[in-house]
Design a protein around this ligand. Structure first.
Ligand code: 13P
Length: 243
């Protein structure tokens, strides 16, 4: 399985700029060894998906509600994302966990809803700086995985240390490798042999300058890219670093 390079556009992208970014990415996406995904704001999933139809670039959402439908003002059901053209969805991002108080149990319920709607979930986990300084990163990530993933999970996990997101700081290569090896062991224990098929992305200040080193580390199955995914040339250079 090739690596997955996913762009999380977060809350960036009015229609015109989203379309220009999508088209620029699609123009450079030919002949790459990796899988490519962009996750724009929900308001532009349909037009971005239209612009990317027939290209190797897939489209995903950034969150969904756990319920199929109902009285949840401002929320989006997984089937709505699917209906708009998304095939993937990011769940449990640290910004959702912080801004909206999302718990592991809520993330697990969203994973089930996403799978039921035909979306592939990308479940985010990662420790804060205080937790890493206390040496608790594996305990924290282990708890998040145990609480956020169903026993038959068949999506993607993204390891995103909270302190590395948008800061220009990354863990050392040894620390990234150690965490990814730890996550693989947890997945194998939890899911059995199918835990081997779950790609484990690294996210947090991935850029064209560090992508080759990060993508070469053991058990790194790709990248979840924030800021650098908003510039097509940078996103494509990261994709060229992938296997
Ligand atoms: P940055 O790449 O901007 O650090 O963001 C990472 C992230 O949160 C991707 O989901």
């Amino acid at each position: 399985m090739g690596q997955l390079i996913a762009g999380n556009w977060k809350m960036n992208g009015l229609l015109a700029e989203a379309m220009a970014l999508a088209k620029a990415i699609a123009n450079g996406a030919g002949g790459l060894a990796c899988d490519l995904l962009v996750c724009p704001p929900a308001t532009v999933i349909r037009p971005v998906g239209g612009a990317l139809a027939g290209t190797p670039v897939a489209v995903g959402g950034q969150d969904c509600h756990a319920a199929v439908k109902g009285a949840h003002t401002g929320d989006l059901a997984a089937a709505m994302l699917r209906d708009a053209g998304a095939c993937w969805v990011i769940l449990g991002h640290s910004e959702r966990r912080t801004d909206h108080g999302e718990t592991d149990a809520q993330v697990a319920a969203k994973v089930a809803a996403a799978v039921a709607a035909g979306l592939t979930p990308i479940v985010c986990v990662g420790e804060t700086e205080a937790e890493r300084l206390a040496g608790r990163q594996e305990a924290v990530v282990g708890t998040q995985l145990a609480g956020s993933l169903p026993g038959d999970f068949a999506g993607v996990v993204a390891y995103e240390p909270v302190w590395a997101i948008g800061t220009g700081r990354t863990p050392t290569e040894a620390d990234v490798a150690a965490m990814h090896v730890f996550i693989r062991a947890v997945l194998l224990r939890r899911l059995g042999p199918s835990g081997q098929a779950v790609r484990i992305l690294y996210g947090g200040s991935v850029n064209p300058g560090n992508a080759v080193a990060l993508m070469g580390l053991p058990e790194v199955g790709g990248a979840l890219v924030g800021g650098a995914s908003l510039v097509a040339a940078n996103f494509l250079e990261i994709a060229r670093a992938a296997r």
